[in-house]
Design a binder for this molecule. Structure first.
Ligand SMILES: Cc1ncc(COP(=O)(O)O)c(C=O)c1O
Length: 362
C-alpha cells in the first residue's frame, strides 16, 4: 500500500479515480468515452451542471453567487481577480502569508493599487499575522486561506471592512466556511477537488462590472456566467473527476464530516511532532494547517553537518515503506506531509509509526 503525501497534485479518493477511469472507456452508459465526447452533449452538460450543484450544496453557497469552472489554474485567478474587481485608481488590501500570496500581490499591482497590510515574511511565513489595519475604502481584502508551503492556515478569517477574496486552493472543502463573507473564492482543483486543469471560481455577481476596464472575453467572469462555463471547451475530464470526488465527499457526510477527520489526522501528526525528540513542526501552533504539515529535525538532535544525509535516509526508508513524497519545499527544508481530504487516517497512522521507529533506530 502506497500513501502519497504530495502537496499537489496529490492523492485522490480511489473510488473517484476508478470511476473516472471507467468513464474513459464508456461515459454514463453512452458507449462513448468521456474524452471523446463533445461538451455540447446532454450527458456532459448534465454532468457539469451536477458538479456545480454538488459544490453549491457542499459549500452551502448562498444565492447571488456564480460557480465557474475555468482553465489556467489558481495562477490565472491571481490576475483575473484584480482585472475584474479592482479599478485602476482603487486599492485592494493583500495579506502576505507566503509564496502564493506574493504571486497574487505581484499580479494585482498590474491592475490597481495594492496595499500589503501585513506580512510574516521575516519569520519565513511561519505564522499568520493577526493585527493589521485595513485601507479605508479598499475594494477587497485578499487572503490565502491555507499556505501550502509553510503549513499555516487562517483559522478565523479576518474581519474585513469589505468583502474578502480568497485563494482557497489548498483547503477548499476541508472545513465549513461562511461563503457570504467572500466576494470571490478561487481554487485550483488539484488538492481537495480533483486533477489539475480546472480551477473553481465562486463569485458574488454584484461585485462584477465595476473595474472600468476592457477585459478580454476569456478573462472576464461575466463571459463565463451565461455560458455556464462553456464559452470555450472546458476541461471536461477534470470536471468529471471533480464530480466523482464531490460525490465521494457527499456520501462521507460532507464538509463538516471531513473536517472532523481532518482535525483527527492533523492532531495525530502534530502530537507526534510535539512529543518527538527528533522532529518538530515549523508552523506556529495556533496557525497550524490541517492540510500541510512541514517538519524538520530538531537542531539539538541532529548536528548540522549530519542533517542532509539523515534527511536523505529518512526519505529513502519512508519510500521503501510506501510513504511517498515527504520531501519538504526548498524554502522550508526538511519534510512536508500533505494530508488533504483524501489521505486516509491509516496513512497518517503509518507515518507516525514510521517516524517513531526511525527516531528509536538512531
Ligand atoms: C495556495 C496555492 N495557490 C495557488 C497555487 C497555484 O496553483 P496552479 O498551479 O493551479 O496555478 C498553489 C499550488 O500549489 C497553491 O498551493
Amino acid at each position: 500500500m502506497i500513501y502519497n503525501f504530495s502537496a499537489g497534485p496529490c492523492t485522490l479518493p480511489k473510488q473517484a479515480t476508478e470511476e473516472a477511469a471507467a468513464a474513459i472507456a464508456n461515459f454514463a452508459g453512452t458507449g462513448i468515452g468521456i474524452l471523446e465526447m463533445s461538451h455540447r452533449t446532454k450527458p456532459i452538460e448534465g454532468m457539469v451542471a451536477e458538479t456545480e450543484s454538488l459544490l453549491r450544496e457542499l459549500l452551502s453557497i448562498p444565492a447571488g453567487y456564480e460557480v465557474l469552472f475555468l482553465g489556467g489554474g489558481a495562477s490565472l485567478q491571481f490576475c483575473m481577480a484584480p482585472m475584474n474587481l479592482l479599478a485602476q485608481n482603487a486599492t485592494a488590501d493583500y495579506t502576505d502569508t507566503g509564496v502564493w500570496a506574493n504571486k497574487a500581490i505581484k499580479e494585482a499591482r498590474k491592475f490597481g493599487k495594492v496595499n500589503v497590510v501585513c506580512s510574516s515574511k521575516e519569520s519565513v511565513y511561519n505564522h499568520i499575522p493577526k493585527n493589521f489595519e485595513q485601507t479605508p475604502g479598499a475594494t477587497y481584502l485578499h487572503i490565502t486561506s491555507n499556505n501550502t508551503i509553510y503549513g499555516t492556515q487562517w483559522k478565523e478569517f479576518p474581519k474585513a471592512n469589505t468583502y474578502l477574496v480568497s485563494d482557497m486552493s489548498s483547503d477548499i472543502l476541508a472545513r465549513p466556511i461562511d461563503v457570504s463573507k467572500f466576494g470571490l473564492i478561487y481554487a485550483g482543483a488539484q488538492k481537495n477537488m480533483g486533477p489539475a486543469g480546472v480551477a473553481v471560481a465562486i463569485v458574488r455577481s454584484d461585485i462584477l462590472g465595476k473595474a472600468e476596464r476592457e477585459i478580454p472575453a476569456m478573462l472576464d467572469y461575466r463571459t463565463h456566467i451565461p455560458e455556464k462555463s462553456m464559452f470555450n471547451t472546458p476541461p471536461v475530464f477534470s470536471i468529471y473527476v471533480m464530480n466523482r470526488v464531490l460525490h465521494w465527499l457527499k456520501n462521507l457526510g460532507g464538509v463538516s464530516a471531513i473536517e472532523k477527520i481532518n482535525i483527527k489526522k492533523a492532531n495525530q501528526l502534530y502530537n507526534a511532532l510535539d512529543n518527538s525528540k527528533l522532529f518538530k513542526g515549523t508552523a506556529a501552533k495556533e496557525d497550524r494547517s490541517t492540510m500541510n504539515v512541514p517538519f524538520v529535525f530538531r537542531e539539538e538532535a541532529v548536528a548540522a553537518d549530519k542533517k542532509e544525509a539523515l534527511e536523505k535516509t529518512f526519505l529513502k526508508v519512508a519510500t521503501e515503506k510506501g510513504l511517498e513524497q515527504l520531501k519538504g519545499h526548498r524554502s522550508v527544508g526538511g519534510f512536508r506531509a500533505s494530508i488533504y481530504n483524501a489521505m486516509p487516517v491509516e496513512g497518517v497512522e503509518k507515518l507516525v509509526e514510521f517516524m517513531s521507529e526511525f527516531e528509536k533506530s538512531l
